[in-house]
Design a protein around this ligand. Structure first.
Ligand code: AMP
Length: 307
């Protein structure tokens, strides 16, 4: 099944308690496409970069089966730049800088070869651009998954709500769910958010795992207790890309399949945080991924029978 990933491609400068990076490659589409590429090929990307973007990294994405025909290069402009600093718990962070640059006037073009895609992953990006991509698809995909962040809730809430109304699955973190719903209790927040349109809602809770809501059902996936967490940047996008890629590979969008997709997305995200930027997810083996998935299964499997 074909997957289209839309989102930012970026330079990120990061600060964690373990160190600092200069501008490294990041962006929602970068992480999501790399992650999805372990499940489905090709992964078609729609995004925009400036003339300063690292072509070598694009080559690495090609090696993973990522198709960048839909990535516009604005030679005389600068790529999107984001800078963030993590607090000691590595679960919360503050944004230091967001320079939209090429994203400010991004008019997404969907190449003819991308038409007919069955799965659409709308990665973090201006909500009106996410909506434009839906409108530019001649046929509605079988499943539309969307990720976003507090930045857009702060500056473009109405546009964000219009896009949310069009998607099937929304993936956000706990803080964002609370902001969007104005409710503290996540179960209540989930009901309110699903009433805005999405039939499924994923609430990510960083090192405390993720919740998948659908109607009155809820599924919980833990995060793996890792010995080393270097950089959580991109974990949410990697999760969403793995989730979308897994569903596209199985072509099964039942709730049971979504549970498995949440576990596969969590497994990919657990790799992402082990190194800075995309370093850890650029070259994984299928064996490593399967072993990680098994670790998740072992983490929560128990016998209900009393001895
Ligand atoms: P995550 O850690 O999964 O929330 O994603 C971090 C990635 O999102 C970084 O690589 C950033 O480049 C990208 N990013 C940060 N802010 C935005 C934004 N406002 N729009 C699009 N992408 C963003």
């Amino acid at each position: 099944m074909s997957l289209l990933v839309v989102g930012s491609m970026a330079f990120d400068a990061l600060e964690t308690p373990f160190g600092k990076t200069d501008k490294i490659i990041g962006g929602a589409a970068t992480y999501a496409a790399l992650s999805a590429s372990y499940f489905v090929n090709p992964v078609n990307v729609v995004s925009v970069v400036g003339g300063d973007f690292d072509q070598e990294h694009i080559q690495l994405m090609h090696k993973r089966g990522v198709n960048t025909d839909g990535v516009q290069v604005k030679e005389n402009e600068k790529s999107f730049f984001w800078s963030g600093r993590y607090f000691n718990d590595m679960n919360s962070r503050e944004t230091l800088v967001t320079e939209l640059n090429v994203l400010a006037n991004f008019d997404p073009v969907v190449p003819a070869s991308y038409q007919g895609c069955e799965f659409l992953m709308l990665g973090n990006l201006a909500p009106q651009v996410q909506r434009t991509v839906i409108e530019r698809l001649e046929q509605r995909p079988k499943l539309i998954i969307m990720d976003t962040m507090n930045f857009w809730m702060d500056i473009a809430l109405e546009e964000l709500k219009q896009t949310i109304a069009l998607v099937d699955v929304l993936s956000i973190n706990d803080e964002e769910a609370r902001q969007l719903s104005s409710d503290y209790a996540l179960a209540k927040a989930a009901k309110k958010i699903m009433a805005m349109g999405p039939k499924y809602l994923i609430i990510k809770k960083g090192e405390h795992g993720a919740l998948l809501f659908h109607k009155d059902k809820v599924f919980f996936a833990p995060a793996l207790p890792l010995e080393e967490v270097f950089d959580p940047t991109g974990a949410g996008d990697t999760f969403a890309g793995g989730f979308a890629g897994y569903l596209a590979s199985t072509n099964n969008i039942s709730f049971e399949s979504m549970k498995r997709a949440v576990i596969h997305g969590s497994a990919l995200a657990s790799f992402c945080v082990e190194k800075f930027g995309t370093e850890r997810i650029i070259n994984l083996s299928q064996e490593e991924i399967q072993q990680r998935v098994q670790q998740f299964v072992n983490l929560v499997a128990f016998d209900t029978e009393l001895a």
